[in-house]
Design a protein around this ligand. Sequence first.
Ligand code: 4AD
Ligand code: MG
Length: 428
Amino acid sequence: MEKVFIKDLANFVDKEVEINAWVSNHRSSGKIAFWQLRDGTGFTQAILAQADLDNKQWDEAAKVTLETSVKISGKVAKHPKKDEYEIQVANFEFYQIAEDYPIGKKEHGVDFLMDNRHLWLRSSKQWAVQRVRNTLIQATYQYMKEHAFTKIDSPILTPNACEGTTELFELEYFDTKAYLSQSGQLYLEAAIAAHGRVFDFGPVFRAEKSKTRRHLTEFWMMDAEMAFIDLKDNLDTQEDLIRFMVQAALDNNQEELKILERDTKPLDNITKPFYRITHAEAVKKLQGMGSKIKDNDDLGAEDETKLTQEFDNPIFVTHYPAEIKSFYMKRDANGSKAECADLLAPEGYGEIIGGSQREDDYDELVKRVKEHKLPMDEFAWYLDLRKYGSVPHGGFGFGLERVVAWVCGVQHVRETIPFPRTIHRIRP
Ligand code: 4AD
Ligand code: MG
């Protein structure tokens, strides 16, 4: 008898198979019992008829509980009306009869669910989110491979800050101090001179004290860096990548998006060009909408929400005032704006990507390091890159959880990562 996954049952109609699964629901009506099964690849129903089982097995079947783990064998049948498959059980064996399962059908508060995250992951919506996340990860690797990027693994233990010093996690590193990486970007800038186009994809850390629906203290970032490009090339790549990722989710995760009750119509727009507006234009628009934002202010979370509710596709906001952006960003001709862009997801989701052209001139970069009061000696290696074959270059980084939240239509990033870490949560 073949051991199969639930997702493949359609290939085994009228055949005897074995499946291994968890019982996510069950009911019984006298001489027949129905078990809803889940094995990670899909969902199915097992039908147990008293007539098909010996007495001992029929009595044993009555012991089933929510989340009991079980091995089942039986014949596969197609549901008479729906495109679903069932198993007529001939034999079964419990791995373990689960104790009273704390997550029931009733509504639970988010804190309770988060405290039970190790169990909550099994719920169908949480399953669906992780499946979409998986698709977006796989699509990223595929896209990068098809576009000549080499994966360069940047370090997590670092002696300096990439994105400013306020959000660093500091730790003792023998007789000195180290910090958890906020982004691998600076290391990728070194690697472009060896590989041309590079990316990393891993966890990064920020001691975010803000408790918002968009901030985690540990999240997954994909940084990409490219030699010989300008800002337009950079945005074109981001647009193409995001389009590819969203399309992959639409192609592979219709069932999951249905479970999540995600209206996929807004995602279908992804084939159209993304909007591109300057920071100055965004501010003007926001002021017109009643925001108190001033000309040289960064866009706050509220502003991003408001702005992106106005658009039906992602928006690049470019050319922020240089003084509110990172030290490494190249400035435009008159020196007041950074050659940068944030990509904001529509439907109120806000920033998913930060990127820019990098300062490639040695003297200018020294000036920036001083202005930002960064330790010159720690940046000596980074400055070196401007001495030995400096080239125009740039890149970007997306926050995976923000992209997953948008694609899934989930309001809070804590549901998009298996075990979220925030200012108030490091367990389970
Ligand atoms: O905009 P950020 O800070 O850009 C960088 O770190 C650059 N060094 C990237 C680069 O150019 N290679 O962060 C990039 C993205 C944001 O757009 C956002 O999606 C996500 O990372 N992000 C967070 N996601 C969850 N929780 C947080 N606390 C986040 N902070 C940033
Ligand atoms: Mg940013």
